[in-house]
Ligand binder design. Structure first.
Ligand code: COA
Length: 240
């Protein structure tokens, strides 16, 4: 057990350049304290002492600002950096070596009882500060969730998701419209929704231009057909 604790501490040192020593991590990292207290709360809840488990969980929340429901399944070496404002729901499942930053929610979107309502995070997932991962979705191993993203659908292995709702970050650079709203190229925008709107606006503008050209062509063709169909009038020769 002590070896597991040291492994956990070492994994935190490996993931936080600001961490100086094992003692510093053991004393000053609320993410570590919250996870250790969760082990106790989870043990109580698993053994039918739900209220006692909730009480320990709330004590951990009071001390660390991190709320982990006692029923949540947490893997090895979870690192919650800074911690304040993190919420992990009751049916959430967190894999090994996961890193969460402050303000992360692993939350539900329904009020149904007895079903899985919270996300599952695979091994080595990183969730940036202020990001919210909502619903019974799966964030597959090695995926990264950008700061302040809102993730509502499954995330493929190793993907990087950013924005609201979160999209794979490589999609941002792919959109390169000719019209640059406010002179900001999409590749420099941090908001994929704004990029998508810019791209759609550009497509609508192009479609309008093509429609106008088609209509003008049809009008001209119609006029020509009309001229060809009309009977040739023979103007009597004035000399006759
Ligand atoms: C999402 C993240 C993991 C991507 O990191 P990365 O692989 O180094 O990616 P880049 O910085 O090269 O950015 C890739 C693209 O996503 C965009 N992007 C990066 N982070 C973003 C975010 N949080 N929201 C929206 N867009 C973001 C970049 O602008 C870039 O767009 P481009 O390809 O059009 O230029 C990282 O930016 C992030 O948010 N990490 C969380 C860190 C955190 O919470 N730290 C708290 C410490 S206290």
């Amino acid at each position: 057990m002590f070896k597991n604790f040291l492994d956990h501490v070492d994994s935190i040192i490996a993931r936080d350049p600001a961490a100086g020593s094992r003692l510093e991590v053991a004393l000053c990292y609320p993410g570590l304290h919250a996870v250790v207290m969760h082990h106790g709360a989870h043990f109580l809840a698993e053994n039918g002492l739900i209220t006692a488990g909730r009480w320990v969980s709330q004590l951990a929340r009071f001390l660390t600002g991190i709320e982990i429901h006692p029923s949540a399944t947490i893997g090895e070496r979870l690192f919650i950096d800074h911690g304040m404002g993190v919420v992990i729901g009751s049916t959430a499942v967190v894999g090994n070596n996961v890193t969460l930053y402050q303000g992360v929610t692993l939350g539900g979107t329904s009020l149904e009882r007895g079903v899985k309502r919270h996300p599952t995070l695979g091994d080595n997932v990183i969730v940036g500060a202020g990001a919210h991962v909502l619903g019974p979705i799966t964030v597959h191993a090695g995926a990264r969730i950008g700061a302040n993203a809102v993730v509502l659908h499954d995330v493929p292995q190793g993907a990087t998701m950013v924005g609201i709702p979160a999209k794979a970050s490589q999609d941002i650079g792919r959109i390169a419209p000719e019209f640059l709203a406010y002179g900001t190229p999409c590749s420099e925008s941090s908001d994929p929704v704004a990029c998508m709107l810019t791209s759609l606006t550009e497509q609508v503008r192009k479609l309008n231009e093509r429609l106008k050209a088609l209509e003008a062509g049809q009008l001209a063709q119609g006029q020509q057909d009309e001229d060809e169909k009309s009977p040739v009038r023979i103007i009597p020769d004035a000399a006759e």
